[in-house]
Design a protein around this ligand. Structure first.
Ligand code: PMP
Length: 286
């Protein structure tokens, strides 16, 4: 099926959408992005995604290509035009097309691209089995708090995992896990404490992370935001990841070792349920 995508003011069939070869997103990975999940035809946590988009743009001194109202209007139009019930909307802003030069151009018009992808998020079969992860060196740059389209290190980490027969990778720096290749990483200790790395330049401030930590606190779960080691993860009672498209996803093996009994943990399942319930209610009210 041909999707309708959005490129700089136009809704077009995907084959007709075009971006300049001089676009700095293409030449320098000079762009930022957001992924908002769509459940039951509605955008989940979208205001928080737009807020993070502005933060990324500000850090790179990049102009916003449209107002938030305009962006939401385009997102909703894409959901409608593509009859999307469940999946995600991808949004990318690049600095635009300019003569190739490392310095930021003064006069480039930012470019805005958006498209949808269908995906089974709620009934993802991996929720029942859990996923396996391996740990690998975090070779990314030092501004991981900016959600740039420079994702090659994340692709490489996922390929390391794939070649090792695992589903995904957690990245390690100076002995501590930073985050997953495209998600935030959590463990639950034997005493029930939820541990996830604190925010900083070393990780992306996940929107799902923010929502899940709030819900966990409301559920009286003890939370520690601090770095944790690979050994701690291997000995954890439960582990999971969060992101817009996986929500809360159980991790059942790390580096070929089973976590606890090798099944999705009870607290992880509960957090997923609470997150989904909350997301559906909040988006219905919006
Ligand atoms: N960390 C990284 C490196 C990511 O790429 C992502 C998802 N894009 C996340 C964390 C999770 O962020 P969110 O919950 O906003 O999807």
């Amino acid at each position: 099926m041909t999707r309708t995508v959005y490129v700089n003011g136009e809704f077009l069939p995907e084959q007709e959408a075009k971006i300049s070869v001089f676009d700095r997103g293409f030449l320098f990975a000079d762009g930022v992005y957001e992924v908002t999940s769509v459940l039951d035809g509605r955008l989940v946590d979208n205001p928080a995604h737009l807020k993070r988009l502005h933060r990324s743009l500000n850090e790179l001194e990049m102009a916003a290509p449209a107002t938030d109202d305009e962006i939401v209007g385009i997102q909703q139009a894409l959901v409608e035009k593509n009859h999307l019930r469940e999946g995600m909307i991808y949004l990318q802003v690049t600095r635009g097309a300019a003569e190739r030069d490392f310095n930021y151009p003064d006069d480039a018009e930012p470019s805005l691209v958006m498209f949808i992808q269908e995906k089974n998020i709620l009934l993802d079969p991996r929720v029942e089995t859990g996923i396996s992860i391996i740990t690998t060196d975090d070779i990314r740059w030092r501004r991981r708090d900016i959600k740039t389209v420079g994702l090659l290190a994340a692709s490489m980490a996922k390929m390391v995992a794939k070649k090792a027969g695992a589903d995904d990778a957690w990245m390690v720096e100076e002995g501590f896990i930073t985050e997953g290749s495209s998600n935030n990483a959590y463990i639950i200790q034997g005493d029930g404490t939820l541990v996830t790395r604190h925010l900083g330049n070393e990780i992306l401030s996940g929107i799902t992370r923010q929502a899940v930590l709030k819900l966990a606190a409301e559920t009286d779960i003890n939370i520690e935001e601090r770095p944790f080691t690979v050994a701690e993860a291997e000995q954890a009672r439960e582990a999971f990841i969060t992101s817009a498209t996986t929500l809360v996803m159980p991790v059942v093996a790390i580096n070929g070792r089973q976590i606890a009994d090798g099944k999705p943990g009870a607290l992880t399942r509960r957090l997923r349920e609470i997150y989904i319930q909350n997301a559906l209610q909040a988006s219905a009210a919006a």
